[in-house]
Design a protein around this ligand. Structure first.
Ligand SMILES: [Zn+2]
Ligand SMILES: [Zn+2]
Length: 835
């Protein structure tokens, strides 16, 4: 909670000015790899006075921790919460979001000795960090405690009875607190604030589950005869620090959410909690200036491709990993403290190893100043590496993602980001590690050979303009809603009023639960019929999980969603667990287990599948003459048929091997467009080129969807065909890879104009001759990227955009979120089919 500026490492001599450093890095290349340089200006912090209701005891405790006064955004969010409004604070890395929620929460606990607060973090580790921070304030009578799967039984009862600040996670709320609500009724009755930290992580199917867990919590609070918020408790000490009024008509607890920077945080927060929420987004903490460069590795000369891969000629760029390793070595050689972010753990090791080698070649021994950092390391080891970097003993670190890093690791001189990290929020989180107050820093985004990365380094306005992506979740997904309603009914019978709480689709879901015998309808409500509680996993979604077992020892390493198992655990697959690499010997689908042995090959594996699709129903459509745009339910049948082995360092394809796995079915939501053959012919697309043109447009459209929704291209599948049995026209489908949909397709439908326009530009502006991984080739194409027709894809999209652009505006208006109507995105782990 301490502002970053007061925590910077020991003072050092000023390093090279970022602009000079960047000039030298660029000059080492024959062609200039930098496509854009953005100067992110320094910002002076805006401190304000403490709100008058913050007790002196708390002010004093914070002063002891180095916080003299709050920044404006902290005070603003705190005041809103104190006034009884649900609030989300969405600001950058190290901007002190925790103080924004701790001010009202701790003030309320100090003012009213009966009040309670619930804190939710996405992981146990974050809750533990927060517990340490609160405990260090040494406030009396609050008795903060973590309550999670690791909490010893003996301590649980004490926590339920005595702790007034319980720190937990949504899984524990779902599996522990809510089913045991009778034991928690005292705590819930006095619940004043619910803090939802890092709420941008609640997206996709997981986020949709969490949204209903929070509705279940609201329901139990309402039923507990909740009292706080109705006025001051007589005899309470300190100023009146209870929220002035309850949140809604039920006077439930006030929700305080904290999010990384993201598009439209208020809407996301409202979908998550079901409550009207005010957003605070103006960051008033101080920040050093950053020179931000967009870097595109050069194209390598064309060379014959792997003959088994399909295409005849392939043109690729120098690998982003190699480029990142060189940048890391070059900055370290200049004495600049640099953090490189790499997506995979193995990638981080490759970058560190390359950088070490080239530094040692230049100056023997210098390589020791570079290390790799990943989740597999013990917490102590990670903290030790962080300390070494802050102290300057270490100059370069190659790391996986920001969540693993300690919050104190800020104020570096340079950050190199290897590949688009998936969201603008993550980009700023990573770049936010660079720059201290009063000192300039350098950030470099290195593009991978991928359409979205390529688009972004050529469209800086998509990065440096206003946020483009929103966190998407879809509580109306029937595959989430029905199991959550079953959980709610097991906690207490459902009433018609509850259906309103759970939102769109709740009545249908209850009817389906009655039809399957899970619920019984009685005049007083809907009752859960079984003795055992329903088994619902918030994070799993794709059928029975497959166990990953080490053959030699029989040790269980972990589990993988049933739906992902064909992609990740097929025989020969390289499987990473806690930074250790394993190779799969056997996938036994009947037993639900995969046998693996430890092995660290220098290749990665990439499964491919083939897909067919049929339309089950149309939810909404736009008729634009020769062009149609649709949103609806589809049934997807897919089969993983082969996998590629690729060198980790270069991305070079070694070979493609066949697989023998059964087909699988998926009912999900898709967006699709059709174009009449006549319109295509009129636009100059010859009939033989139609399949390649549609296929190329489909690949690029999938690659660009993450631009408008916080998803990963692996969350989405696609299919294109010159004539589809259900549409009877040339068609491109893009579908959610999650049962019931995760909101991606719906988001794509709602922003089709922006999405398809960006897709068209990404293809048209790529410098390659006939298609490359930066534009129309897909890393997971089931057809080996064949056929692809690059320039014809642009013609197809021109026809589509010309006809749709007028018709689309009303669609975007109609899809603007209404109340709990809910929609959009998923979770980034699940590879799905794409033809
Ligand atoms: Zn290209
Ligand atoms: Zn394909």
């Amino acid at each position: 909670m301490t502002p970053a500026a007061t925590r910077a490492g020991r003072e050092r001599a000023p390093v090279t000015a970022p602009a000079d450093l960047l000039r030298r890095l660029r000059s080492r290349n024959a062609t200039d790899p930098v496509t854009h340089v953005e100067q992110v200006p320094a910002r002076a912090g805006t401190p304000v006075t403490w709100p008058d209701w913050v007790p002196e005891e708390l002010r004093e405790a914070l002063r002891r921790r180095g916080v003299e006064a709050p920044w404006r955004h902290q005070a603003e969010a705190a005041q809103l919460a104190y006034d009884g409004q649900h609030v989300v604070v969405a600001t950058g890395t190290a901007s002190g979001k925790s103080l924004a929620y701790l001010l009202p929460a701790l003030s309320a606990l100090l003012a009213d000795p009966r009040a309670t607060v619930l804190y939710l973090a996405p992981t146990k580790a974050l809750a533990a960090d927060q517990l340490r921070a609160v405990t260090s304030l040494e406030l009396e009578g609050i008795r903060p405690a973590c309550y999670d799967g690791d909490t010893p039984r003996a301590e649980r009862e004490w926590i339920r009875r005595h702790s007034r600040l319980v720190l937990t996670n949504p899984d524990m709320l779902h599996h522990g607190l809510l089913p045991g609500h009778a034991q928690w009724s005292g705590f819930l009755r006095r619940l004043t604030y619910v803090i939802v930290d890092e709420c941008h992580t609640y997206r996709g199917v997981f986020g949709s589950h969490v949204a209903h867990v929070l509705r279940r919590l609201r329901r139990r609070c309402a039923a507990s005869g909740r009292t706080p918020g109705s006025g001051r408790i007589p005899g309470a000490r300190g100023p009146a620090a209870l929220p002035r009024q309850g949140g809604g008509p039920d006077r439930g607890p006030v929700f305080l959410l904290a999010s990384a920077t993201s598009g439209d945080p208020a809407t996301t927060a409202e979908r998550l909690t079901g409550l009207p929420t005010t957003a605070v987004t103006e960051d008033a903490s101080p920040r050093g200036g950053v020179t931000f460069a967009l870097w595109e590795p050069p194209l390598l000369p064309a060379e014959p491709a792997d003959p088994t891969a399909g295409a005849d000629l392939t043109q690729v760029r120098r690998s982003a990993l190699r480029e990142t390793a060189d940048l890391l070595a070059d900055t370290v050689a200049e004495g600049v403290r640099t953090l490189a972010f790499v997506r995979s753990r193995r990638g981080a090791e490759v970058v560190a190893a390359h950088a070490r080698r080239s530094l040692d070649e230049a100056v023997p021994g210098l390589g020791r100043r570079v290390a790799a950092y990943r989740a597999g390391y013990l917490r102590e080891e990670r903290r030790e590496l962080e300390r070494a970097l802050l102290d300057g003993d270490l100059l370069g670190l190659a790391s996986t993602n920001a969540l693993e890093l300690g919050v104190d690791l800020v104020g570096l001189d340079a950050v190199v980001i290897c590949g688009w990290p998936g969201t603008r929020a993550s980009l700023w989180q990573q770049a936010g590690r660079a720059g201290r107050s009063g000192q300039e820093a350098l950030a470099v985004l290195v593009a991978r050979d991928d359409p979205l990365d390529t688009y972004l380094v050529h469209h800086p306005e998509a990065l440096f303009g206003r946020p483009v992506e929103a966190t998407v979740l879809d509580p109306a997904n029937p595959y989430v809603l029905a199991p959550q309603l079953a959980c709610a009914a097991a906690e207490a019978p459902l009433t018609p009023a509850d259906l309103e709480l759970f939102g769109t689709g709740a009545k249908e879901a209850v009817d389906s639960l009655v039809a399957t015998g899970a619920l019984r309808a009685r005049p007083t409500g809907w009752y859960w019929r079984h003795r055992e509680r329903p088994e619902v996993d918030l994070r799993g979604e794709g059928g029975t999980p497959v166990c990953v077992v080490e053959s030699a020892t029989g040790r269980l390493l972990g589990t993988v969603d049933g739906s992902s198992s064909h992609f990740l655990l097929h025989p020969g697959a390289v499987y990473l667990h806690q930074g250790v690499s394993y190779v799969v010997d056997e996938l036994d689908l009947a037993d639900g287990c995969a046998l693996v042995h430890p092995e660290e090959p220098d290749w990665s594996t990439h499964a491919r599948d083939v897909t067919s699709l049929s339309v089950a129903s149309v939810r909404s459509y736009v008729d634009a003459g020769p062009v149609g745009l649709f949103l609806g339910e589809v049934d997807v049948t897919s089969q993983v048929v082969s996998y590629q082995r690729r060198r980790i360092a270069s991305g070079e394809v070694i070979d493609t091997r066949p697989l023998d796995l059964p087909t699988r079915e998926l009912r999900t939501v898709a967006v699709w467009f059709t174009v009449s053959p006549q319109a295509l012919a009129a636009a100059g697309v010859d009939p033989p080129d139609v399949p390649g043109a549609l296929h190329a447009a489909e690949h690029a459209a999938i690659g660009l969807l993450p631009l408008i929704a916080t998803c990963d291209r692996w969350d989405i599948g696609g299919l294109s065909t010159a004539v589809h049995a259900d549409t009877e026209a040339p068609t491109v489908f893009v579908y959610d890879g999650h049962p019931g949909g995760a909101g991606f397709a719906e988001r794509a439908y709602g922003t089709a104009d922006a999405w398809l326009r960006a897709t068209r530009e990404a293809i048209a502006e790529c410098g390659c001759e006939s298609g490359c991984p930066s534009c129309v080739q897909s890393p997971k194409c089931g057809n080996g990227n064949n056929p692809l027709a690059k320039s014809e894809a642009v013609q197809v999209l021109d026809v589509v955009l010309a006809n749709l652009s007028d018709a689309l505006r009303p669609v975007e208006d109609a899809l603007r979120p209404v109340g709990d109507g809910v929609r959009p995105v998923g979770d980034g782990v699940r590879p799905v089919g794409e033809e």
